[in-house]
Design a protein around this ligand. Sequence first.
Ligand SMILES: [Zn+2]
Length: 305
Amino acid sequence: MNTTKWFAALIGVIIIGVISFAIFHERTPGQDTHKIKVATGFYPEYFFASQIGGDKADVVNITPADAEPHDYEPTAQDMATIENSRMLVLNGGVEPWGVNMQKNLDPNKTLIVTAGEGLETQQVVEGGQSVTDPHVWQSPTLAKKMVDKIERGFVQIDPSNTSYYAANAEALKSQLDQLDSEFKTGLASCAKKDIITSHAAFGYLATTYHLTQVAITGLSPDAEPSTKELADIADFARKNNVKIIFFESLVSPKLSQTIASEVGAETMVLDPLEGLSADDLAAGKDYMTVMRNNLANLRKALECI
Ligand SMILES: [Zn+2]
C-alpha cells in the first residue's frame, strides 16, 4: 500500500471515530434522542408540558428543585439546554430572564410559548405602583387555558403526534376541572374568607373562590416589608380574627412566624407551586397533590364545614 492509500485509510478511521464518539455522547443515559426536547421556566409549566408531552417529550425544568423562580438566573448550561430545545415554555412575568430569551433565541429552532400571556387580568399595588400579577396557574380554570396554549405549541413543533397531545391535554384538563370542583365545594361554606399569605401568589385563586388575600411581601418573595406594613398586617389579622398565617416552603417562614406570634396565631403552608423541593419530587408530589394539600389547609384556616 502506498503512502496515499495509507493516508486515506487513516482519515477514514478518524472520521468513523468522530462519528462513533458523537453518537455515543448523544445517547447519554436518561436521554432519548427520539424524544422532542422541551425546556420550561419553572414548575407549573414543567408539570403541564410533561403531562401533555408524555413519552414523546423530554421535558427539562430550568429552575431547579428547591429554587425560587422569581430570582433564579439560568446558568450557561441552562442556556445551552434552552438553545437545544424545540420549545421553551414560560409563564411570563415570573422568569426575569424570559425577556432576553425572546430577543436572543432563534425562532426557527426554538418555539417560545408564553403560557400565562393574555390570562393576567389582575393588578397588585407594590411600592405605590400598579403591577401585573403573573400567578395565573393558581386558578385551575386559568391553568386549563395554559394547557391549551402548551398543547398548541407541541402540535406546532411535532404535528405528526397531534392526536396524542390532544388526548393528553384533554385528560389533564378534566383533572383540572375535578380540582376546580373540589375547591368550589370545599370552600363553599366557611366561617372566614381572609388569607394572610407569604407573597402575593394567590390573587387569582382568591378571585376564583371569593377569598381576600393579604400578602406579607407583595409580588416577590424576597421583598422586605416595612415595619409599618407588618404592623398593618398584624392589625388586619386581629380585626378579622385571622388565626392561621400562611408561609411557603421555598422561602424563610420568619415573617409569617413574627406576625403569627404577635397576634397569637399559628402558621401553616400555602404552597405557591413555584417550585417543589427535591424531597417533594422524590416523594411523588405534583401540581395536583400540592393544590389539594393547599385546599385542606385553606379549609382549616377558614373554618370550612
Ligand atoms: Zn410568585
